[in-house]
Design a protein. Structure first.
Lengths: 381, 164
């Protein structure tokens, strides 16, 4: 397998020197790279759309229900009603599980999409035959889809027909999906190590990497700045707010419960309001931190795929600007949500939509490129 | 492929695998128990309030605080290991655009890889020891990541590097 790979790599290198262009062979129909690029961007798009729908139709309503159930528990404690306290906390648990599994679905789908794109870029360095690489790509995409779908279903399937006491079938399938992704990634890592041990490691050339177009540089530089800004914000949050928020969380809940035990209605209501504000403050900081880094990474990865985007140069640049604009708008407006409320929230959702539209446009550009390649191959036949 | 680039790409994939393995272990063996502990202690606190028992309230809230502290950090560790691993791979792939000599690039790559491994590890240690040492390790790790990223950004902004 290694000799075949070395011969393939060497022939690619020669072709590249002659033509100076990208090798269609690296992006052939159902090749590992094409599967991972189209599947990866597809996973990111679905994950982002799911996140936007979740933010608009579920997140705030769910937070209000959690707050209402906590208030009901506190007031039941005031009234000395044990049964109502426990029932309210069961509701809180159910609402939190609903929220948690939706967030996990969104995050895992997007992260697997990112990993798929990275593995797509690395394909020329994976020293396996194309058939084996294709198998690993399918395994990765199957696991990357199974895990988020399984996580999404956890809230609805629960423990029905489960052979285990705490883990239901949806969780079992989600974990299986995670295992498939690990196995596929491990396979690609072995292929990469195989490449480093092979005789011709320096002959691999890839048409994607030398690209220095304006849109590629904008996406790469913009992405780096976004990631750096995200890390600086995260460091600031960890240094200034994290421990204060944790201490406040406990002290507010202690005050609330003790006030309920002392039949002090005023303190219970003030604590409930303070707890809601604290949760909001924590949520916007974490969301801004996560999204700015996530979008920075996405911009950097898309910078590397620009040669595959078959659109006019002017449109490629416009979509790159739109993606960067949305990537800045969403986290900044999320941070301002506590001060400016729904206006900032709406602008944040619009920012997310800009990123989705720009990504979709690039995906269409890549599909056009694959169509062009396939029709050329058809002409030859 | 240069040594700096190889370090980032192989280190990134290894860190991603490590982070996913940790996440899988956590999801199967620890997460459900942790969530039950958080919910159960909070419910116990308010049930104790309903019984007008402030001592039991305090004990239950203390349990809640500890369970929540550990849960938040374990989720952060999983997320940061994988997030940083992806950053390592992407930066590694684009590393030929960093306009520094290979020696400086190797230093930046080593700092980024070390920071990416150490920072979440420090956060994980915080679940065993609430003292200053784990926190110091986490700060050192995040500092390394930020300084390396700053250097790489400057290297990319500085202009085009010669191709490898």
């Amino acid at each position: 397998m290694r000799l075949e790979y070395a011969a393939m790599v060497f022939s690619k290198s020669t072709d590249n020197k002659e033509t100076g262009e990208m090798q269609p062979s690296t992006f052939a129909p159902l090749s590992a790279r094409r599967l991972l690029v189209l599947g990866g961007i597809g996973l990111i798009l679905v994950g982002m759309l799911f996140g936007d729908i979740f933010a608009v139709f579920v997140l705030h309503q769910n937070a209000a229900r959690v707050g209402a159930s906590l208030a009901a528990a506190a007031h039941a404690a005031l009234a000395g009603d044990h049964a109502a306290v426990l029932a309210s906390f069961q509701d809180v648990g159910s609402f939190l599980e609903n929220r948690g599994t939706k967030v996990d679905t969104h995050v895992h789908m997007i992260d697997f999409g990112y990993l798929a794109l990275m593995l797509a870029i690395l394909q020329p360095w994976i020293a396996f035959e194309e058939k084996a690489k294709r198998g690993l790509a399918w395994l990765f995409l199957a696991g990357g889809t199974l895990l988020p779908v399984g996580v999404f279903l956890i809230h609805y399937v629960g423990l029905a027909y489960s052979p285990l006491q705490t883990i239901g079938w949806a969780s079992i399938f989600a974990d299986l999906g995670g295992l498939l992704v690990i196995l596929a990634t491990l396979g690609f890592l072995l292929g990469l190590m195989n490449h480093f041990r092979s005789h011709a490691p320096s002959h691999v050339k890839d048409g994607l990497l030398p690209d220095r177009s304006t849109e590629s540089r904008l996406l790469l530089g913009g992405g780096m700045v976004l990631v750096l800004a995200g890390f600086l914000h995260g460091a600031y949050y960890a240094g200034v707010d994290l421990y204060r928020h944790e201490a406040l969380d406990t002290s507010i809940l202690t005050n609330m419960a003790k006030a309920a035990a002392a039949n002090d209605v005023g303190t219970v209501d003030r604590s409930l309001e303070a707890y809601g504000q604290l949760q909001g403050d924590k949520a916007v900081n974490i969301a801004a931190h996560a999204h700015i880094i996530e979008y920075g990474l996405l911009a950097m990865m898309l910078a590397l795929f620009q040669p595959y985007v078959r659109l006019r140069e002017s449109w490629k640049l416009r979509w790159a600007y739109v993606l960067i604009l949305g990537s800045v708008l969403l986290p900044v407006c999320v941070l301002m949500e506590l001060k400016f409320g729904l206006v900032a929230g709406g602008l944040a959702d619009f920012g997310g939509l800009l990123v989705i539209v720009a990504l979709f446009a690039m995906w269409i550009g890549i599909l056009r490129y694959t169509g062009e390649l396939d029709s050329q191959a058809g002409d030859v036949r | 492929m240069s040594n700096s680039r190889r370090l980032l790409i192989v280190g990134g994939i290894a860190l991603a695998l490590w982070g996913m393995g940790y996440g899988l272990w956590y999801a199967v063996f620890a997460e459900h128990q942790a969530l039950n502990g958080i919910g159960g202690s909070l419910a116990t606190a308010f049930d104790a309030a309903a019984r007008r028992n402030p001592g039991a309230v305090e004990t239950a809230i203390r349990d809640y605080k500890e369970a929540k502290y550990v849960y938040d950090r374990q989720v952060d560790v999983h997320g940061h290991w994988i997030g940083l691993a992806m950053l390592l791979i992407v930066v590694g792939i684009a590393f030929d655009r960093v306009r520094f000599a290979e020696r400086q690039r190797l230093m930046l790559a080593s700092a980024l890889l070390a920071g990416a491994a150490i920072f979440p590890f420090g956060v994980l240690l915080e679940t065993f020891d609430h003292g200053a040492i784990p926190r110091g390790i986490a700060i050192l790790g995040s500092g390394l990541v930020i300084v390396a990223l700053l250097g790489i950004t400057l290297g990319i902004a500085g202009g085009e590097a010669p191709s490898e």
